[in-house]
Design a protein around this ligand. Structure first.
Ligand SMILES: CO[C@H]1[C@H](O)[C@@H](O)[C@H](O)O[C@@H]1C(=O)O
Length: 678
């Protein structure tokens, strides 16, 4: 009977798995390609595992002319770049490195997938950043901090013996968009990752990733010497501690000769660090940098530091790091979150960018949607990434954008880098929401070329992932391009930030005031709503965080009239009846913003339902059901925030917008149990 049931089950499942689209293919879908060109139509000298991969991709998927893969040492300053030249009967891809040839192959495959012209090509590509790195916040027990796509891809308990096929698929997906480095484990790092048994597991992953041009980095715990080997302390000025890290480096590089380096979260949110011993971040970073230096390894030292204090949280990283400028070794780079608080739907850019004149800086983005509705909400993040990269800091005069400060244009760093926290897990579709794949894709494409537009990235991704039918591409692209702003509108418009429910960061909790807890983990600290108005005063009369910005931004943000309205409540405490540029009162403007966020998502539902004929049923239903959740959540956000703020504004919700469907008191009772702190 048991067996019979099993057969019925298998029988029932087969047809579904046959017709269901395989989410694991990401954007590397070639639905109409049975096979590519024959091997004799590939001209290439020499053999190497990377070239082998390139050739396989061509024989599997390339349907065009003969391809010549040419290593050309003269192209040396192209970094991982390549050139592509084509005539009607031949395409030549040249690069000084094998990985450049593989990138070139993915380039022509992208052209084919997006039905772009492939004749008379004359393309030169050179990456914007040397190191294009994903940060996984994966724990050694298989869970992922802020991960919304299932458990970790890394099966630590199976490694080094059992190898999941997904390791290779993951590497391939990254290579196809130019990502060349990964941090495997959470910045809240277990010291165990540096144990010999774990290094043997890491080695297996590094070996699999290497032919795809990917280097492995690890997050390390600053207290490792003490915890792992029983040293008296982990003080960076202690000779025994320094020797411990040197020995560890030698052990790592014997196992993984091209190991990338360490990512470090120190003295932040309870993690150990050099300050435990009265030392500075520079002391800590330099000790590790000296240990890795002989092998060419890098230290990515995070600037995400803040502690409960009277000082505005938004000012703390700057205050901590600016005095250390110039004190770091040249293989240290300071990794800075895009905003000074924490990956909010919209933040002012982090004033630390450009403020370190003698220390290399890199951006940390968050692809995983900790603060943008997890993998339930559709939010295309290229516009957020671009907004940050294109922000002008004025550090070295007009035009000192974050992109130019970090890509080597304005500062001649030994190396340049850009990072983002991954949204990848073992879900079949990798990222929880099918559209969240686009954010992994967008980060890779922008790390390769930060001048690409959000529109172009969305266009490519849709055509590769779904179809090039314009009746689908156009409306879906419209959804994607407006989606992040819609999330801002229904969650935290006009510069509001961090009014999330504590711990899980999913729903709204503007009433959260953590009596007796940390004020900097409470929404009321961030929105400051009272009878007079709403918003965080960061001008001279408040925390004076505006002074951390270079002129003219300090003045511009310091003056309510010249502050961009999408950040007005970030920098100012604004009276409810303040007249906005469109003539509305602040209270009304806020209400209309929330309403427009909700309306947009309702439109996305309508649009998506019309797309049914262009999408396989699995992906259609998946996205449809997530949009339902998103719409309900948007209404929840709108009602919670407007009903709560209305207690202070004492104004009616404008009568032409949708009425609340919840009672404030009921909303306050909603308790989601999704774990974690603040
Ligand atoms: C990894 O810890 C995260 C933490 O989960 C997140 O909520 C916090 O805001 O940022 C931290 C960080 O970036 O270190």
């Amino acid at each position: 009977m048991q067996n019979f049931k099993a057969y019925v089950l298998i029988f029932l499942l087969i047809p579904f798995s046959m017709f269901a689209e395989d989410g694991s293919q990401l954007w590397l879908r070639f639905p109409n390609v049975k096979n590519g060109i024959s091997a004799d139509k590939i001209i290439s000298k020499g053999n190497n595992p990377t070239i082998e991969i390139a050739k396989n991709e061509l024989t599997n998927f390339w349907q065009g002319q003969t391809v010549e893969l040419r290593t050309d040492k003269a192209l040396k300053n192209q970094k991982d770049g390549y050139t592509i030249k084509s005539s009607s009967d031949k395409i030549t891809i040249s690069s000084s490195k094998e990985i450049g040839l593989l990138y070139g192959v993915y380039h022509i495959l992208r052209l084919q997938q997006t039905k772009s012209n492939i004749n008379n090509l004359n393309i030169t590509e050179k990456p914007s950043y040397d190191v294009r790195i994903l940060n996984h916040w994966d724990n050694l027990d298989g869970t992922i901090e802020r991960g919304y796509a299932g458990y970790s891809l890394w099966k630590w308990e199976d490694l080094p013996n059992k190898i999941s096929p997904r390791y290779k698929e993951y590497a391939r997906a990254n290579a196809s968009i130019g990502i060349n480095s990964v941090v495997l484990n959470n910045v809240n790092a277990s010291p165990n990752i540096l144990r010999k048994d774990y290094l043997d597991k890491v080695k297996v992953l590094a070996d699999i990733f290497r032919p795809y041009g990917i280097k492995v980095y690890l997050s390390v715990n600053f207290a490792s010497p003490k915890v792992l080997s029983g040293l008296e302390n982990s003080d960076p000025l202690n000779k025994n501690v320094q020797k411990w890290w040197k020995d560890k480096a030698s052990e790592i590089y014997q196992t993984i000769p091209d190991f990338g380096g360490f990512l470090v979260k120190a003295n932040s949110e309870g993690q150990p660090g050099p300050q435990d011993y009265g030392r500075t971040h520079a002391d800590g970073a330099n000790m590790m940098a000296d240990a890795l230096k002989p092998y060419g390894g890098n230290i990515m030292w995070r600037a995400f530091v803040y502690s409960p204090s009277k000082e505005d949280r938004a000012k703390q990283a700057y205050l901590e790091f600016v005095p250390l400028d110039g004190k770091f070794r040249d293989n240290v780079i300071v990794q800075i979150k895009n905003g000074p608080i924490d990956f909010q739907p919209r933040e002012a850019f982090n004033p630390l960018f450009g403020a370190l004149k003698k220390t290399p800086e890199m951006v940390e983005f968050q692809i995983t949607q900790e603060y943008l509705g997890f993998s339930n909400h559709l939010a295309f993040l290229a516009p957020l990434f671009k907004e940050v990269l294109d922000s002008d800091t004025y550090s070295d005069g007009k035009g000192s954008t974050i992109a130019k400060l970090t890509d080597g244009t304005l500062r001649k760093n030994k190396f340049t880098a850009i990072s983002a926290v991954a949204n990848i897990g073992e879900d079949k579709n990798w990222t929880g929401h099918h559209f969240a794949q686009a954010n992994w894709y967008a980060f890779g494409r922008l790390a390769w070329n930060h001048s690409l537009s959000s529109e172009q990235i969305a266009d490519e991704w849709i055509k590769m992932t779904f179809t090039d039918n314009q009746d689908f591409v156009k409306p879906v692209k419209d959804i994607m391009l407006t989606s992040r702003e819609s999330v801002v509108d229904y969650m935290m418009p006009l510069g509001l930030h961090h009014i999330f429910a504590s711990g899980h960061h999913y729903g709204p909790e503007p009433w959260g005031d953590y009596k007796g807890g940390r004020p900097d983990w409470s929404p009321v600290y961030y929105h400051q709503a009272n009878e007079k108005g709403i918003g965080f005063d960061r001008t001279k009369s408040g925390s004076n965080a505006v002074s951390q910005y270079f002129p003219p931004l300090d003045e511009l943000y310091g003056n309510i009239k010249t502050t961009p309205e999408n950040l007005i409540l970030w920098f100012h405490h604004v009276p409810w009846d303040y007249k906005m540029k469109d003539g509305k009162m602040l209270w009304e403007e806020l209400a209309y913003k929330y309403d427009s966020g909700v309306k947009n998502v309702r439109e996305y539902q309508k649009t998506w339902d019309k797309m049914q004929t262009y999408v396989d049923s699995e992906r259609f239903a998946h996205v449809q059901s997530r949009l339902k959740i998103q719409t309900k959540d948007a209404v929840w956000w709108k009602d919670a925030c407007l009903l709560y703020f209305q207690q202070f504004s004492k104004q009616p919700i404008p009568y032409d917008i949708e009425r609340p469907v919840h009672e404030l008191e009921d909303l306050k009772k909603i308790k989601l149990n999704m774990g974690h702190h603040n």
